[in-house]
Design a protein around this ligand. Sequence first.
Ligand code: ZN
Length: 507
Amino acid sequence: MALARAQSAAYVGIQAYPVTVETDVANGLPQFNVVGLPDASVKESRERVRSAIKNSGLPFPGDKITINLAPADVKKEGPSFDLPIAVSLLAASGVIPEEALRNFIFMGELALDGSLRPFKGALVLAQGLKDQGTLIFPQENAREAALENKVAVYGMRSLSEVVQFLLKEKILSPEPTATLPVPPAVFSGLDFSEVKGQPLAKRALEIAVAGGHNLVFIGPPGAGKTMLAARIPTIMPPLSTEESIEVMKVYSVAGLMEKRGLSALPPFRSPHYSISPPALIGGGSWPKPGEISLAHRGVLFLDEMPEFRKDVLESLRSPLEEGWIWISRTKLQTGFPCRFLLIAAMNPCPCGFLTDPQKTCRCASPQIQKYQARISGPILDRIDLHVEVPAVSYQTLTQETAEESSAVIRERILRCRQIQHKRFADMPLKLNVWMRSREIKRYATPSAEGQKLLEAAMKRLHFSARAYYKILKLGRTIADLAGSPVVEAAHIAEAVQYRSLDRQRWG
Ligand SMILES: [Zn+2]
């Protein structure tokens, strides 16, 4: 009868922290208590651990058992403490020598028959606990945990396999390091060459992706707004290994790793307008990432933006500025990243045909005002490019002219990104959109002629100070796409034309 310890781990947001499972087996009436701020699912662990030990043919002590999860000031959630509880109990009751547990970190849910079940967040733990020990995880989590990892990971199928391994009765080899597949140079499936006409909308998307600028498309139904947005992934540069791991950590915690797989492609998320604020932003009593974090380093596409609840749209304001969602849990200040490219689409009025030269709009003017007012000024302020997408004429649709392919557009974007990477080599954020006033002054001050043009536009069109800086950043990206070290007047002129919603409500 003794005391034994096993190392385990937990996470909040995408931050891992170590948890020690201490087990005391003492003389007394049979009891089984878990202390140290466990939630209901951890308390249920007692029944699973008891059955799993017995059904694995191992002895279960008929004494007073106390399990303590430390540190005690952080809430422990979920069934994945089953395995560390079971092995520390077996060590305390003398089935395994306690030394055998040293240098291992245990995680996993036990089924009643003693088999191990996977848990969410294995990648977060594997990346966060690199130097703290060798991991013993359920087999299903091993591949994910072994991604680009320096630490050994053993995937196990059952409690008895873990015990045999710890007693050196069974020799196993660690999971081989998993690497990210190289993304294809050319995508199969969708391609920009399938979209007829719309040269302005395509150009605006190229600028948006190249410099990371948020964009809204405004146009009648059937103009191709959704078709254009769906093809954005085909022109996005692949993620670096570091960025991919950041993205996959969010998917790991959300339990979506299986769906995403090991991938270096930027995510593309398009939630329906009926989405709730927690589903979009993230949250809940045990914080889960929302759509904005699942879109981290990729695209968040909001189709029919005015149909989203106003509080849902407003909740995007601070994430759009900060690129991070904070979660405060006792001592841990953590959260989820959410640096996404916002692409939105909307009709100009409820019926959609306000700007259509062919069809007649049937909306009353208060209706139109109400519809447009659903997108508040502060949200519009955070969208850099406002782009009108007109209906495509029958003639354009049936023309045989060849449209540019995604591969050609992507090549230009890659070149433009390289220029930005070089410019911001010493900075964590390497896109023009993230420039602060100091960088704007240093890198985006236009030529004298460009400055004059911008000043005139400011006066004539009554731009806000925020819009002024947006135009300078856009001008920088447009100049980069042209390979021009200086932001010229032509670049500023093009940037100004993408601020149509600042000038006036359309219509
Ligand atoms: Zn209308």
